[in-house]
Design a protein around this ligand. Sequence first.
Ligand code: ADP
Ligand code: MG
Length: 253
Amino acid sequence: MTAAVHVRNAVKSFDGVRVLDDIDLTAPGGQVTAVLGPSGSGKSTLLRTINHLERLDSGYVSIDGELVGVRVHGDRFKELGERAILRQRARIGFVFQDFNLFPHLTVLDNVVEAPIVTQQVPRAEAESRARALLARVGLAGREHAYPRQLSGGQQQRVAIARALALEPRLILLDEPTSALDPELVGEVLAVVRELAGSGTTMIVVTHEIAFAREIADHVVFLDAGRVVEQGPPSAVLDHPQHDRTREFLGKVT
Ligand code: ADP
Ligand code: MG
């Protein structure tokens, strides 16, 4: 299952400051979109909006033509009901910078929790799927460990298995390696690289430019809540058109 994501005229302010300032972007279905940009440029807010963790002030997001949230200037105003939001979110995998595992649950229980609770998958089936996913991310044998007993790289791989357990049509990853010690980055990138080849729509916020160049089909550069440029990696990363992009790439590479 894949889904194209369209963001149109998205505006979001916090305390009077426009954090998303009329964002238009498309993440093609079945492809990998990398979002780059300096700290504070609105990358996390953008992902959180797509996953209904934040509401737009105006504009809209759609996933395969299905609206995630829409606010139209003036009196025309429509938002999804709570049930529709939960149903949509149940098909979006979200991987956070700081893993966000449930500390009191074992690795296996972290992975089966959402399918059992939000998708009513029977426990035995959820567990057998979870074991297969944990093997896929290189964690066979660690099913009964608790998050605190794992390295950061292992915890993030559990978080990725947990996201995949939803059989998502869209996977959002917010700087999945930036909280990791350098020697643990590679093992997580390897799992993301494998996922990237699987044909699920993926949007990944990352500062790993070489990695973005390798796995992304589409690159979006954000600055101060605006899309400065977007296109294939060969254009945005290798032949950026804007000074702001060049300056950013010069700093991080
Ligand atoms: P990035 O992920 O690119 O670093 P964020 O989307 O996290 O950027 O944040 C963009 C701006 O919005 C920052 O200035 C941040 O402080 C602000 N911001 C984000 N979330 C909130 C919030 N819930 N309340 C107030 N300000 C916020
Ligand atoms: Mg962020």
